[in-house]
Design a protein around this ligand. Structure first.
Ligand code: IDC
Length: 527
């Protein structure tokens, strides 16, 4: 009994604090650092935030990918529908709303017990749809045969939700993902919930729905990020907003192009004409792979530096973005040459401090006996500080362990800087779902990913060409608005090379000069 009283006493001030937080931190969507302008949910979030039906978090985030709880969903729907809270037995901040909703008949006692044990659990999609239909369109009905045939996993629905889900489909409030699944027992994200509620609310008021796209989609396939392309003159200084790369207007932007091979071996394909040739096929990005080891920069700093600068200038003169890549590979730990890296990036960032075209990739692929915590992260902190002290606004790309595949390890202990992105490298003949899932996991946590190197071959640069697998990868990247450069722009006799042996870097290229890989990759610069 004594213990119970203590718990009760504690819970009152705590719930008060939460209510206060919800009231105080109602920020306009524009202020949310992780709501990208132009994203599929931005309009709904803005409208609902501006009208006070929805709030973000005290740290200025909205957390669009976070799973919404049952209490949050009911409270937001109630505010949108104008249902006032009533007194309730639970001290939970949303109990007044859940009680009012229960009394109004939005759901039954067992679905959301007023005692509160389900309040903080994720709401299921089937229950969420029932609630919005009860709240906004209680009289709507859908034809069983017609609507159920649209839902490939209809058999997973509990019978008590048939009516609401069929009605929601018939009104177009809910449409499935591309494979027609509804996933009735999965949760939904805050962004999805917000769009769903706003859409149903507008529909019931006789207005056009807020979004033409499907609003409840398979969480494994995030809604498509609409991106724009174009060069530096159009997009200016880039910035990271949430998990998206955006232009100076804050619109999500996508960069696609070729990576050079090692400058020490194939520097002729980082010439002005060669870079222009890729721009003529639609590329708006070029990556300069400046090997450090293997007779690269460390063996010949003056010459290789000059080649890199000429390549940067060539990309700039073609209105392209350009990545200067400190290409560690056999030297797997970036700490091995951290002082050389510092000197190099000081020089380059000073030189290009006023140029929005230049992106800095500070360690191509850490590998071997190297850890994020002890080596890569401290290295990144030093080099980011170095670059930022010269060029405060530029985008910096950071690699991770296992040849830049361990983005999940980086995301678990992230760098605390703006405008940085984590690189992920893949080769279509070697890597598939495991790395794709990793990208989704990391982006769902709000971290931006940049594929600064990928190949149509196996990871050794040969084998294949794996066109089907590459297609699957590029479709995945397009859906998420992820930028990339392809390995590599050279005429070496390996399948990952884009040019046939003997191709001249000094002339425009016809299709006949492109390899199978080159033809495919050049055809995908525009998506
Ligand atoms: C490969 C080149 C190959 C070269 C080898 C070693 O294609 O011609 O002999 O490097 O220098 C990477 C690296 C990239 C590799 C590429 C393919 O970043 O330098 O290029 N790859 O193996 N990571 C994964 C694959």
């Amino acid at each position: 009994m004594k213990r119970f009283k203590q718990t009760l006493r504690l819970s009152i001030p705590l719930s008060l604090i939460i209510v206060l937080c919800c009231a105080l931190f109602t920020l306009p969507a524009a202020a949310f650092s992780d709501v990208a302008p132009g994203s599929w949910y931005e309009k709904a979030v803005t409208q609902m935030t501006d009208s006070g039906q929805l709030s973000g978090y005290p740290d200025g985030t909205f957390r669009p990918n976070q799973t919404i709880s049952t209490a949050e969903f009911v409270a937001i729907t109630a505010r949108r529908a104008g249902l006032s809270p009533v007194s309730a037995e639970s001290a939970h901040w949303a109990a007044g709303y859940t009680q009012a909703a229960l009394q109004t008949g939005w759901y039954d006692w067992d679905e959301i017990p007023p005692t509160g044990e389900k309040f903080n659990q994720p709401i299921t999609r089937q229950l969420a749809v029932k609630i919005i239909m009860k709240a906004f369109m209680p009289d709507a009905r859908g034809d069983f045969n017609k609507e159920s045939s649209k839902i490939s996993d209809f058999s997973q629905l509990d019978g008590r939700y048939y009516e609401a889900v069929l009605a929601a489909y018939s009104k177009g409030i809910v449409t499935g993902d591309s494979s027609g699944t509804f996933r009735p027992k999965s949760g939904l994200s805050r962004a999805e919930a917000c769009v769903l509620i706003q859409r149903a609310g507008e529909f019931s008021q006789g207005q056009m729905p807020v979004q033409p796209e499907p609003v409840v989609s398979d969480p494994a396939v995030p809604p498509r990020t609409e991106t724009i392309q174009g060069g530096v003159s159009k997009n200016g200084w880039l910035k990271v907003v949430g998990a998206s790369l955006c232009n100076d207007q804050g619109q999500p932007v996508v960069l696609r192009g070729m990576s050079s091979h090692g400058l020490q071996w194939y520097g002729q394909f980082a010439s002005s004409q060669a870079i222009k040739n890729t721009a003529d096929y639609g590329a708006n990005l070029f990556r300069i792979a400046m090997y450090t080891d293997e007779d690269g920069y460390l063996s010949n700093p003056d010459k290789i530096r000059q080649q890199a600068i000429s390549a940067i200038d060539a990309a700039v003169s073609n209105d392209m973005y350009v990545i200067i890549d400190w290409h560690i590979l056999s030297d797997g730990n970036p700490m091995f040459h951290v002082s050389e890296s510092e000197a190099f990036f000081t020089d380059i960032a000073q030189r290009y401090k006023d140029n929005p075209a230049v992106l800095y990739e500070i360690c191509n692929e850490p590998n071997g006996n190297v850890s994020w915590q002890n080596d890569i992260k401290p290295y990144a902190q030093r080099i980011i500080n170095t670059i930022r002290s010269q060029s405060p606004k530029s985008i910096i790309l950071v690699g991770s362990g296992t040849w830049s595949q361990d983005i999940h390890i980086a995301a678990a202990d992230p760098l605390q800087y703006e405008n940085i992105m984590y690189t992920l490298h893949f080769y279509a003949g070697t890597h598939g779902n495991e790395l794709r899932n990793r990208i989704d996991q990391v982006m769902a946590q709000g971290f931006p990913v940049f594929v600064s190197e990928w190949g149509t071959s196996r990871a050794d640069g040969s084998g294949g060409v794996f066109i089907n697998e590459s297609c699957q990868w590029l479709d995945f990247l397009n859906q998420r608005g992820i930028s990339w450069t392809n390995w590599s722009l050279c005429d070496k006799n390996e399948t990952s090379a884009a040019l046939r042996p003997g191709t001249s870097p000094a002339k425009p290229w016809t299709q006949a000069e492109l390899t199978e890989s080159g033809k495919f990759v050049f055809s995908r610069f525009n998506g």
